[in-house]
Design a protein around this ligand. Structure first.
Ligand SMILES: Nc1ncnc2c1ncn2[C@@H]1O[C@H](COP(=O)(O)OP(=O)(O)OP(=O)(O)O)[C@@H](O)[C@H]1O
Length: 259
């Protein structure tokens, strides 16, 4: 099995605020010595209660936050050793779909512009071909391309999330991080988006880190599941072992409160 992403002893400490000028600010460890890998074509679910460090971990992988310690490898290469050219390529190969479809799109820009901008950033195509690619990806996420001339406020939550997915996939990434991709949506819309993600993953075969605190969503979508607790990865198991009893004590507790 080809390994796409590997984390080795990754930690993230945040500086706390000091209560007075005489007191040293306390450090807070949001991610503590986490090591795991994700294989090609796999959907790896990251679950844990609020504040357990899931989003921070995703942001460390994509470079939105810097690590305090550890290494991240993409296809066996330490990403901190990438040349400028490799770094540019890596920025295209890894994409993130953010938690909230309501804030992910620029309210002042038409939908078509938001999607085409991503192609512009990565210097892909010309004006006409970018328009065509945007139309095609909108078809793929089951959105009528006529919506390209609308603004985000004209779209429903589900439509916006489809546009966010289209924006991430238009550069054909190999690795996609989806952070609570459906939690802001109504249950019926959630299941439609989950089905779409599954369909797109099967078609495009991207590797995925799916972050959620919803165990039902994780169980439905993922091949393997990592459980985070207070910044640590306490357990990793195959989705088929979801309802088996031999889980880590914390996982069992999480299951009893969240399922
Ligand atoms: N920029 C920051 N500065 C200080 N602390 C932070 C910062 N960002 C996150 N934290 C803290 O780090 C911890 C982990 O946060 P994180 O958002 O990664 O958790 P999470 O598991 O994704 O939670 P949620 O499901 O609520 O999004 C939390 O206690 C949070 O308050």
């Amino acid at each position: 099995m080809e390994e796409i992403i590997r984390l080795e002893n990754v930690s993230k400490k945040y500086k706390g605020k000091s209560k007075s000028i005489f007191e040293k600010p306390k450090e807070f460890i949001a991610v503590n010595d986490v090591s795991f890998s994700i294989n090609k074509g796999e959907i790896f679910g990251l679950v844990g209660e609020s504040g357990s460090g899931k989003t921070t971990l995703g942001h460390l992988i994509i470079g939105l936050k810097s690590m305090s310690q550890g290494k991240i490898y993409f296809k066996g290469r330490d990403i901190s050793t990438f040349t400028r050219e490799e770094e540019k390529k890596w920025r295209k190969q890894v994409q993130i779909i953010f938690q909230n479809p309501y804030s992910a799109l620029d309210p002042k820009r038409k939908i078509g512009w938001s999607i085409e901008e991503i192609l512009m950033i990565h210097k892909i195509g010309d004006k006409a071909s970018r328009r065509k690619m945007a139309e095609e990806i909108l078809y793929e996420v089951e959105i009528d391309p006529s919506l390209m001339d609308q603004y985000p406020e004209d779209l429903s939550g589900g439509q916006r999330q489809r546009v966010s997915i289209a924006s991430a996939l238009i550069v054909n990434p190999e690795f996609v991080i989806i952070d609570e991709g459906v939690s802001a949506l109504d249950v019926s819309v959630q299941s439609a988006i989950l089905n779409l993600i599954r369909k797109l993953q099967e078609k495009r075969q991207f590797t995925c880190l799916f972050i959620s605190h919803d165990l039902n969503v994780i169980e439905y979508l993922c091949d393997r599941v990592g459980v985070m607790y207070k910044g640590e990865m306490v357990e990793i198991f195959n989705a088929g072992e979801f309802f088996e009893s031999e889980h880590h004590e914390y996982t069992q507790k999480l299951f009893s409160t969240l399922l």
